[in-house]
Design a protein around this ligand. Structure first.
Ligand SMILES: [Zn+2]
Length: 165
């Protein structure tokens, strides 16, 4: 890593760039990215997530350009300041129903019916859950098998028909 994370005060988190000796205030970025795992991190923050959570990105390692991590973190902080974290407010989500697939070969698929604020019910497909060494992991739904697709169609036309009929 071409820099390090420092804690100048108890309530401050900064990134120190070894290349130019400058600092980036990453407190808000760290708080924001805490809510995400590797596979559900927002695209714009993916590289920053990797630097903060994994200590590096293979992208940075390959490029070996001075201040690259510094610039990635700086632009993520800027983006967060512009867009904010509240374009979607999770507290306005109502989970109306949920179910898990009976198939588990690629991770059990979780689906739910969610209404945002006063909006219509929508089908959320994913995440998948799976166990590795007794620890529970999540990943995005990705591609669906024929069995999974038929199972979802069965739900929507069957017991969840009240939401989508
Ligand atoms: Zn720098």
């Amino acid at each position: 890593m071409a820099g390090r994370i420092v804690f100048p005060h108890q309530d401050k988190i900064r990134y120190h760039c070894n290349d130019c000796n400058d600092y980036v205030d990453i407190q808000d970025l760290v708080e924001f990215l805490k809510n995400y795992g590797l596979y559900d991190s927002p695209n714009d923050y993916y590289q920053a997530w990797k630097i903060l959570r994994l200590g590096t990105t293979e992208y940075v390692r390959k490029a070996n350009r001075p201040c690259l991590e510094h610039k990635i973190l700086q632009s993520a902080v800027k983006k967060l300041q512009e867009v904010g974290t509240n374009d979607l407010d999770d507290s306005k989500d109502s989970v109306l129903d949920e179910d898990s697939s009976p198939y588990s070969d690629t991770g059990q698929l979780n689906v739910s019916v969610i209404a945002y604020a006063d909006g219509p019910p929508k089908l959320q497909i994913g995440p998948r859950t799976y166990y590795k060494d007794d620890e529970l992991f999540y990943r995005k739904a990705g591609r669906l098998s024929r069995d999974e697709l038929q199972w979802i169609i069965g739900l929507v036309n069957g017991k969840w028909n009240q939401y989508f009929g």
